[in-house]
Design a protein around this ligand. Structure first.
Ligand SMILES: Nc1ncnc2c1ncn2[C@@H]1O[C@H](COP(=O)(O)OP(=O)(O)OP(=O)(O)O)[C@@H](O)[C@H]1O
Ligand SMILES: [Mg+2]
Length: 334
């Protein structure tokens, strides 16, 4: 490991930064939706509960890395309403100096109402996220004295392409993490995001989508991207490198199921933290899985807490004391 990383590795996380507004409607949407009136819908549901949560892939991932003691730089676009969110991230160890503030748009927002049947009506407002395409990485690299690893997470699609091209052009090692943006991409666009990537993250479904859209087999993708990490939900994760046997890592048993949102982001945060520490692929996946378990057990994506000792013990209980010792040597803060 560590073959493409600088010794002092600054991790930069690009992608969405958003807030989620989640409401509960104590009734059934179906009772208000009239089949013969669908041409002119004008409905208002009286919600009883509103939860405002910090989210966005890049922000969640950067938060997770900071929990493990890294100082990741977050790169994305927000609105002037970002100040509270910024101070939260600052307080938790995320470097927010390179976040772009739009003077026109609000921070991206996901507004979702859930009814008693679990049906949802949601709207995602991209807002300032579309300004992420204006962000250049060179000033970020200059400020940090180089970028050891750039994560290109779901974002404005043009921004993802721009970041990928700039990383390629400047020789910045990058991880492709197109995740939910894959569904709107064709094969050539996906291939462009993979071209020159040091690694690729996806879940199982997204992995199938990549194969289907690009027409490439597992081996053909490994010819292009040397390291491939696929998360398999409750079945764990699989790490593949060309010419090496795949490594399968199981999950850390969850103690409670509160809210699975953000597991994918937490896994990535842990995996990349492991890379920054220079531990092997298997350890990286174990760290990712341990962090993911904490997210499942808390409502929200940036609400979990642990001390280094707790994290290490939990990882050791799942994967053995040698794994725990490797991680304890690097984990500096919780
Ligand atoms: N039920 C579970 N119990 C324990 N760990 C889990 C569970 N589900 C997921 N994980 C952990 O989280 C990782 C990522 O999960 P998953 O593959 O569901 O990501 P995802 O589909 O990208 O999720 P999302 O995009 O909703 O955040 C898994 O590799 C595993 O380590
Ligand atoms: Mg995901």
């Amino acid at each position: 490991m560590g073959r493409w990383l600088n010794t002092v590795m600054r991790v930069v996380v690009t992608g969405s930064i958003a807030t989620d507004h989640l409401m509960t409607f104590p009734g059934r949407f179906a009772d208000s939706l009239m089949k013969e009136q669908l041409e002119s819908v004008s409905l208002s549901f009286l919600a009883t509960d509103l939860q405002v949560r910090r989210g966005g892939s890049a922000a969640n991932t950067a938060f997770g890395m900071a929990r493990l003691g890294l100082v990741p730089a977050l790169v994305g676009a927000v609105g002037e309403d970002f100040e509270d969110y910024r101070s939260w991230l600052d307080r938790h160890g995320v470097d927010t100096h390179s976040v772009h503030v739009s003077d026109v748009h609000q921070t991206a927002r996901f507004v979702c109402t859930t009814d008693n049947d679990g049906n949802q009506i949601a709207t995602f407002y991209a807002g300032a996220m579309q300004d992420a395409r204006l962000i250049e990485l060179e000033p970020v690299a200059d400020r940090l004295g180089g970028i050891g690893m750039l994560l290109i997470s779901p974002n404005d699609p043009v921004a993802m392409t721009n970041h990928t091209q700039e990383a390629r052009f400047r020789g910045i090692p990058f991880a492709a993490d197109p995740s939910q943006q894959l569904s709107s991409m064709g094969g050539p666009e996906i291939l462009d995001l993979l071209d020159g990537a040091a690694m690729l993250f996806s879940n199982e479904y997204e992995s199938a989508l990549i194969h289907e859209r690009t027409g490439l087999t597992d081996d053909q993708i490994l010819d292009r991207v040397p390291l491939r990490v696929t998360t398999l939900g409750a079945k764990g994760a699989i790490v593949r490198r060309a010419g090496e046997p795949p490594i399968e890592v199981g999950v850390v048993p969850e103690r409670a199921k509160a809210d699975p949102t953000g597991v994918g982001d937490a896994f990535r945060a842990g995996f990349v933290a492991g890379m920054a520490w220079g531990v092997g692929d298997e350890r990286c996946a174990q760290i990712g899985s341990t962090l993911a378990a904490y997210v499942i057990e808390t409502v929200g994506t940036q609400e979990y807490e642990f001390t280094p000792a707790e994290f290490t013990q939990r990882l050791a209980a799942a994967y053995g004391s040698a794994a725990g010792d490797d991680v304890a040597a690097h984990l500096t803060q919780g």
